[in-house]
Design a protein around this ligand. Structure first.
Ligand SMILES: [Mn+2]
Length: 346
């Protein structure tokens, strides 16, 4: 298989449409609106082409759950049950990952098993980072602001396309995904507006915008954001203000909050534990011209973890080994990140 950057829409679609088994569409864990809308668009397309396609929406994020509730959208619970049944009956399937490319990042054992048992994995994504190659992979990845823009591009020349985006609820979900992942058009690219101009013919931009804007954060998240600010360390490289902080959870939200307080780059450290394995996670946000995803992805390679994301929003995860204490590891990771930033900014 050629490099995924060279797979054309036609090749990708041919691949997935030639799959003679049912297709399970799998968003990342804590699925967000982008993963959800991308999955939905593809599910409906595959169904129009006579394929069996089911979305396995296992753990929607709070944001997504609120969005679904506010717009009274579907949760694909029938699809979910169908997938469980397929697993029980050890039926074969193909897997389509949406809004994620590194299937090693799944933490639930059920999903790991789902990935393990699939012989071929299709991927639609917009995140930086290396695609694992232990499996047969057909990836269509473009670094657009949202995965659903990648999916819209894949389908825009298909005869079913006009009919698909005429579906009001799907159009609203796609608009929500674009608003959410572009941070209300802040990170939009020219093509984003082209897609939006098509989607608003049947979707309701104003309604979706209001639903997403009027969210009130829950108490634990607000506490995390305030604690993140309380614990921050402020550094200055030239005219760039960098904050380093720690938090137990909501690290992305904390990192965003610190940017809006005035940081140019915010780094938020958290200690995580999954299946008895411990690791250090650092979320980075930037409004400077430094590619955080590239920095994290490179550093992850040298420190033996995973890293990636987007230029301005990225994350790195490094497992804690026995030799080093967590404290030492945190110090080392932060030191390395600051060293790279120092070079990049000077
Ligand atoms: Mn996304």
């Amino acid at each position: 298989m050629r490099n995924e950057e060279q797979v054309t829409p036609k090749e990708f679609l041919e691949g997935i449409l030639n799959c003679d088994k049912p297709i399970i569409i799998l968003p990342h864990e804590q699925a967000d609106i982008d993963a959800y809308a991308t999955a939905w668009l593809f599910r409906d397309f595959l169904k129009l082409r006579g394929k069996k396609a089911y979305i396995y929406l296992d753990s929607p994020s709070l944001e997504l759950r609120r969005f679904i509730e506010a717009l009274n959208l579907k949760t694909f619970s029938d699809d979910y049950d169908r997938v469980l049944k397929m697993l029980e009956e050890t039926e074969e399937y193909c897997l389509l990952l949406v809004d994620i490319h590194d299937y090693r990042r799944f933490s639930s054992s059920k999903i790991k098993n789902l990935v393990e048992r699939s012989t071929i994995i299709f991927i639609i994504d917009h995140h930086y980072g290396q695609i694992p190659r232990e499996k047969k992979i057909v990836a269509y990845r473009r670094f657009y602001p949202s995965s659903c823009e990648v999916a819209l591009e894949l389908l825009e020349n298909e005869k079913e396309f006009a009919m698909l985006i005429k579906r009001k609820e799907l159009a609203n979900a796609l608009i929500g995904a674009i608003l959410f992942d572009t941070n209300f058009f802040l990170n939009a690219q020219p093509r984003t507006f082209y897609h939006i101009s098509e989607l608003v013919k049947n979707g309701d931009l104003k309604l979706v915008y209001q639903i997403l804007k009027e969210k009130q954060r829950e108490l634990p998240e607000r506490i995390a954001r305030l604690k993140g600010a309380q614990r921050l360390q402020l550094l200055k490289i030239g005219n760039t203000l960098i904050t380093v902080s720690k938090i137990g959870s909501y690290e992305s939200s904390v990192a965003n909050a610190l940017l809006s307080l005035g940081a140019d780059i915010s780094l938020v450290v958290s200690r995580k534990k999954e299946n008895s394995k411990r690791y250090i996670r650092v979320v980075g946000r930037s409004r400077k011209k430094v590619n955080m995803a590239a920095i994290f992805s490179k550093l992850a390679k040298s420190l033996g973890g995973v890293g990636g994301g987007h230029e301005r929003a990225a994350a790195i995860q490094i497992p804690v080994d026995r030799i080093q204490s967590e404290e030492e590891l945190v110090k080392e990771i932060i030191k390395e990140i600051l060293k790279i930033l120092q070079n990049a900014l000077s």
